[in-house]
Write a protein that binds this ligand. Structure first.
Ligand code: AMP
Length: 633
């Protein structure tokens, strides 16, 4: 058996041989001629000339051996539903959905925006898109109309797929209403909106000619068989928007063949799942983790995947472990925030519904602090594996690889570079490699391995400028994360190098939140920083200057104004970006060149020393932040 070190070394030194072997894990319609074309750095084309299809690999190819095994297990504690689809049933549903989309004129290269709660139709729609060679852009249901509109305008979808409503904690969230609002704000409205009517919104409005009912459309295609559209490996499968330092989210574009191979390989080497078993990923289809490990990864591997609509603590905090026991889940994937929420509950719930069938629990999305890692590992008695990745990479960049070798884990560390990633820790200024136990930027020497983003949707230049220009002339991918490597080669992630906040594993740029806050007509200027939060890792905090100071002259006025800002952000971005607090000041600390000193504001808000203030223009700005924070605590 290879060691992780050998496995990794081979992937870097002999990428053609290594990835050529991994490519056998999926089915190809047409074999590829070349493993890698890297003639136009940093753009990598994997499995050149090969033809395949994600839907075929996730569904059709399993009909031969496992047609009657579970493929999708839907559990909703919000609507008290529990529905299971075998691969045969999933195949039928995906074909019906694909036939509906085809009837509406959708085909190869067309974009379809999916704005859906966690219901099976969302998975059918994703798989139907890739079956047809159409490109899906799934937008997280927590995003509000403004965010949705900017994603519509960038992807220009012909069609949007939505539902009347989702449910969260017993409360209805009216998806279709947000879609209507977003289309109203958009410059490129879609021709059609297909609605899955769950009967939750009894007041559902439809726009004649544009809005169509999915159940009615589906009825006409009950026995549809829609041929798979074979795609060249590097043709796009989907776009997924992610936040960066600019206010405008980037459309992360993914290919087809590289992504399928990367996921298939990860199911074996990282997750150790076995075909026929069940995987439970507690994310949402709107995030990359949902794309890779609720939908494509487990299905490509012939595993059943659990799709859960509900909270981790309702009807009781044992619900996830009940699902694990009921469906004999062997691989689970969740987030540190969710585990910190459960840590506050009675630990008896972890075992209340029976002994765990889990082999591993994987966590990602944000730093996993040592006490939480220790607690959950000991409480569950299974291996808890912290692994590190990004929307851009599509799968783990740093991880233990128990399918290759059972390496010891260290609490607080996502272990070491996954195969395919030539990871370096670089000095931010000089771009030189740093030594053990020194802090550097986590970077990857390209080509990025299969599965990673291939470009920013229709903005090649932005892809290069954003990710590959941080280290002078060297063409190196930056993750925008600080990291450190100990003498044993284990990495530890120390936080972002840019102005990005990670709220419960969800990434938002401070600029995006600042723009949302500025939608309030009385806000003149605002700085948003991420501050430490015991449960969510980080939460945004805003420091705002108002135009009419009389509105915030007393405590009641400040409370009212803060509430108005919350509402404005809710409307623009959704609750995910709402600041925990809005403090009102009359000046922000800035450098002489006018740059807001966010790192100093953040330090003060977290009760730390503000650091180097030599570039500060006027001390009053810092004093105001200090006073505002002191008054609030
Ligand atoms: P996203 O693309 O929204 O999934 O966010 C990716 C970012 O989340 C990374 O750049 C890191 O800042 C953070 N992140 C993801 N996984 C981990 C992890 N295991 N440990 C520490 N930070 C992580």
């Amino acid at each position: 058996m290879a060691t992780c070190k050998d496995f990794h070394r081979r992937s870097i030194e002999q990428p053609d041989a290594f990835w050529g072997e991994q490519a056998k894990l999926i089915d190809w319609h047409q074999p590829f001629g070349k493993v890698l074309d890297y003639s136009r750095p940093p753009f990598a084309r994997w499995f050149v000339g090969g033809e395949t299809n994600l839907c075929y690999n996730a569904v059709d190819r399993h009909l031969k051996d496992r047609a009657d095994q579970n493929a999708l297990i839907f559990v909703s504690t919000e609507t008290a539903q529990d529905r299971t689809y075998t691969f045969r049933e999933l195949h039928a549903e995906v074909n019906r959905c694909a036939a509906v989309l085809r009837e509406l004129g959708l085909g190869k290269g067309d974009r379809i925006l999916i704005y859906m709660p966690m219901i099976p139709e969302a998975v059918f729609a994703m798989l139907a898109c890739v079956r047809l060679g159409a490109i899906h852009s799934v937008v997280f249901g927590g995003f509000a109309a403004h965010s949705l509109a900017s994603r519509i305008d960038d992807a220009k979808p012909k069609l949007m797929f939505t539902a009347d409503a989702g449910m969260r904690g017993g409360k209805a969230l009216l998806y279709k209403g947000i879609v209507d609002e977003a289309i109203g704000l958009s410059q490129h409205p879609p021709q059609h909106v297909v609605i899955v009517d769950r009967g939750i919104d009894t007041d559902l409005r439809r726009v004649d000619g544009r809005d169509l009912d999915y159940a009615q459309l589906r009825e006409k295609h009950m026995s549809a068989q829609v041929p798979v559209q074979w795609l060249e490996a590097s043709e796009p499968s989907y776009i997924l928007y992610t936040s960066g330092t600019t206010g405008k989210p980037k459309g992360v574009q993914r290919d087809t063949g590289g992504y399928a191979v990367a996921l298939a390989a990860s199911m074996q080497h990282i997750y150790c799942g076995k075909p026929g078993e069940t995987m439970f990923t507690t994310s949402d289809i709107g995030w990359v983790v949902g794309h890779s490990y609720i939908v494509y990864g487990p299905l490509i591997h012939g595993m059943a995947s659990v799709m859960y609509e509900g909270l981790p603590v309702r009807p009781d905090p044992g619900i996830w472990w009940k699902i694990v026991a009921d469906h004999k889940v062997t691989v689970m994937f969740s987030s540190p925030t969710a585990i910190r929420v459960l840590k506050k509950q009675d630990p008896a719930y972890l075992t209340k519904y029976g002994p765990s069938t889990l082999r591993h629990l994987f966590l990602a999305g944000e730093p996993l602090d040592e006490p939480t890692a220790r607690w959950i590992s000991e409480a569950l008695g299974v291996q808890v594996i912290d692994h590190y990745w990004q929307t851009e990479t599509g799968w783990a960049l740093l991880s233990a690889m128990p399918g290759v070798e059972a390496t010891p884990l260290k609490y607080g560390s996502p272990s070491f570079p996954a195969y395919g990633y030539n990871v370096k820790l670089l000095d931010e200024g000089s771009g030189k490699e740093i030594g053990a136990n020194e802090k550097g930027v986590v970077a990857v020497v390209p080509p990025l391995p299969p599965g990673c983003m291939t470009t920013v949707w229709q903005q090649d230049e932005r892809f290069v400028n954003t990710y590959f220009t941080s280290f002078g002339d060297q063409l190196i991918y930056t993750t925008f994360d600080w990291g450190i490597r100990d003498e044993d080669g284990y990495y530890f992630i120390l936080g972002r190098t840019d102005d990005v906040i990670n709220i419960a594993g969800h990434r938002l740029g401070t600029r995006e939140i600042e723009e949302a806050v500025s939608d309030h007509p009385n806000i003149a200027e605002v700085a948003v920083v991420g501050i430490h939060d015991e449960i969510k890792g980080q939460v945004p905090m805003a420091f705002a200057i108002v135009k009419d100071a009389s509105r915030v002259a007393d405590a009641a006025g400040r409370r009212a104004m803060e509430k108005e800002v919350f509402d404005v952000v809710n409307k623009a971005l959704g609750a995910v970006g709402r600041p925990a607090r809005v403090h009102f000041v009359t000046q922000l600390p800035k450098t002489r060149s006018g740059k807001v000193l966010r790192r100093s504001i953040q330090a003060i808000a977290e009760g730390r020393d503000p650091g180097d203030l030599t570039t500060l223009d006027d001390a009053a700005g810092i004093e105001q932040i200090q006073a505002a924070v002191a008054a609030a605590s």
